[in-house]
Design a protein around this ligand. Sequence first.
Ligand SMILES: [Zn+2]
Length: 330
Amino acid sequence: MGEASRVVRGPAATPMPHPPFPSTVLEFQERFGTEQAARKYLTLCRWPDGFQCPSCKAPGGYPRSDRLATECAACSRITSLTSGTVLANSKTPLRGWLWAAWLMVTSKRGLSASELARQIGVTVETAFMMLHKLRAAMVAPDRQLLRGRVEVDETYIGGPKAGPRGRGAAGKTLVVGAVEVREHAPGRIRLRCIPRVDSLHLHKFVRESVEEGATVVTDGLPAYEGLYGYRHVRVIQGQGQDPDEVLACFHLAISNMKAWLKGTHHGRVEARHLQAYLEEFSFRFNRRGNLGAAFQRLLGLSSQVGIVTYDAVYNAGRAPGAKGRRRSRG
Ligand SMILES: [Zn+2]
């Protein structure tokens, strides 16, 4: 897919090391069998070239007795191994976090808090908080714009029955999507709930999702007219080409997304939570060829993205069962 080289691109980007990603449960247990091994992995992800003090930038330091922090050799400032990551201030063993992130990355279905609690020996409340922190990292907005050839179209989600290309179905949520075309197969995807189909929302979405100069393929909907800064290919029905065929990558990715929603959430998706689910789907879809990067990103080990709080992402309201979660710490 060539995804790795794109993910780390950026002016100030230091490419993340990618220690081999454990692809089976056995491999995982071998790699992260002890807390020491987990610490080693985190250290390597955070400081691939050796410890560097975030305060004075001097290299080198002394490990503290618990090995979870390093004292700078120059200024004596103590830096925690987990500060700035999703594991910060957590009493849960590092291995528990790595296991939770690994399961989230490798299993397509959602992981329940009670299941995780049983597996790593924490309370359900702690497991619930851990999953939410990891999900928050999933929905952190991607900064890399789509490029090359990009198919853009809308679809409806929810409601009793989706028409094949219906625009304006009652009780459904409107979603606009952009899908990269790479060698006739879907590349990366962006999805967004919008209130209605009009130039304002469609153009805004394209500008915020697709790199300028890219080729944007849409159907003949007049609202797409005037997309300046792009090579705009409009496929108008009845003029020899069928938009459904031309937008094949879009439709393939969307049917994937709908199947996932149906399988994981049984199709019962509240409109106010839909955007978060779409981000979660996109996260997995966009990293399906690079699970190691997805794993690091979930743990907050990716240098490109700061830590995202659950509340900042889901400010729409509290999740069911989230009672008292502010008090608990993963
Ligand atoms: Zn220092």
